[in-house]
Design a protein around this ligand. Structure first.
Ligand SMILES: [Zn+2]
Length: 67
């Protein structure tokens, strides 16, 4: 890998990091009333406990297992 390519890869990595940070900030925003995946209503207790949640408990659980 020559220097120019290395620099480009680094810049790309940085941009991705910034993007993931930005989306994490958005995640702290308003909680969704309905699950983004299965459209089930998210209980208010969960919306308050997990600020910015977009998924019901089931879908969130599935996502965390996949990770
Ligand atoms: Zn769901």
């Amino acid at each position: 890998m020559d220097e120019a390519h290395f620099e480009m890869a680094q810049r790309l990595q940085e941009a991705q990091l910034q993007q993931s940070l930005a989306s994490r900030v958005q995640y702290q925003g308003e909680s969704a009333e309905f699950c983004a995946t299965c459209d089930v209503e998210i209980p208010q207790a969960r919306r308050l406990a997990v600020p910015g949640c977009q998924l019901c408990v089931d879908c969130q659980g599935l996502q965390e297992v996949r990770r």
